[in-house]
Ligand binder design. Structure first.
Ligand code: ATP
Length: 322
């Protein structure tokens, strides 16, 4: 293996930088040239590719975002465009590609590998932790901690003013971030797409808290869900039931910031392991972590199923806020 390339694609996640660094440093240590592709697949299809050296990744392990920039590239869904991308890699004698991103990016990676025969290894890079085949994803731990930091502050004002807050966290159609954040911030309730939401249960819970002398302050963590505006709809329903909640949408702050130690270590290991797998001749796989072990998972397997939120987590979260 003489040369490989690395790119970051889809929504950025804290830890993409240490992952890039892991790829670059591991490849160079084996005498393999490494190219960085700017702006994900958008850069790949126009050949926006540069040779990296050890200094290229100096001082990035602690930085959020991605040195290589990220993008969404509709054109990459077209097989002719993917064919052109493969030609660009071949012209530069690049014999392997590492793709860091979410399930959309990994779908593109799988198609490129299958159609071109160029070995591709994926890394799960998304704050949502919604990738089948890996217990953890690069950026999830940081996003949870960033949300917690913000909610701890909101809790102070909620207590001082005896106010109820609805705090919306990211996670699209999965409740991974919301469940962990809810447990860790001591939320009064967590609303996640995996469990049907009933306004009556929430009102009952709030009334119960008041009877127990817990006052009328509280934090309800809401996963954004697949349809925008859910948190405002819940706030309206609460108002109709005599409450006056405040809404706080955490939004993109959850995607930024310095990666936690956990994410830096996870991303560095995954990046270095991706190089090991390419050297061993693997392709169309993702580096995953299962029960603490770093392993290879076929991309086909990763992409054919949705990762469920374990029922134990859902039960734990509802147990703790009773
Ligand atoms: P996240 O969900 O965390 O933001 P993601 O990787 O899932 O990350 P997407 O926007 O779904 O984000 O996908 C990123 C890019 O991957 C797309 O812009 C496109 O270039 C490529 N991609 C997604 N789906 C496909 C597909 N079906 N075929 C080819 N390429 C795809």
């Amino acid at each position: 293996l003489k040369a490989i390339a690395v790119l970051t694609s889809g929504g950025d996640a804290p830890g993409m930088n240490p992952a890039i660094r892991g790829v670059v440093r591991a490849a160079l240590s084996h005498g393999i040239r490494v190219y960085g592709v700017n702006r994900g697949y958008s850069g790949l299809i126009i050949g926006d590719i540069w040779e990296m050296n050890s200094r290229s990744v100096t001082n990035i392990v602690q930085r959020g975002g991605t040195l290589l920039k990220s993008d969404r590239c509709e054109a990459f869904k077209d097989p002719t465009v993917r064919h052109q991308a493969a030609e660009i890699l071949r012209e530069r004698e690049i014999e392997g590609l590492v793709v860091i991103g979410g399930d959309g990016s990994l779908t593109g990676a799988a198609l490129l590998a299958e159609e071109s025969g160029i070995p591709v290894v994926g890394l799960p890079g998304t704050i949502d932790n919604d990738i089948h085949g890996s217990d953890d994803t690069i950026g999830f731990d940081t996003a949870v901690n960033t949300a917690l930091d913000a909610i701890d502050r909101i809790r102070d004002t909620a207590l001082s003013h005896e106010r109820l807050f609805l705090v919306e966290v990211m996670g699209r159609d999965s409740g991974f971030i919301a469940t962990q954040v809810g447990i860790a911030c001591g939320a009064e309730m967590v609303v996640i797409p995996e469990v049907e939401f009933k306004i009556q249960s929430l009102c009952f819970q709030l009334a119960n808290n008041r009877v127990k002398g817990e006052g009328s302050s509280g934090i309800i963590v809401v996963a954004e869900g697949p349809r925008p505006g859910l948190t405002y709809r819940i706030a309206q329903q609460l108002e109709e039931n005599g409450q006056s909640p405040k809404v706080c949408i955490l939004g993109h702050i959850q995607r930024g910031g310095s990666p936690t130690g956990h994410d830096r270590v996870l991303a560095s290991c995954m990046g270095a392991t991706a190089v090991d797998y390419l050297r061993a001749g693997y392709s169309s796989i993702m580096v995953g972590v299962q029960k603490g072990e770093v392993l290879d998972v076929p991309l086909k397997e990763v992409l054919e199923r949705k990762k469920p939120l374990a029922s134990e987590w859902i039960a734990m979260s509802s147990l703790l806020h009773k």
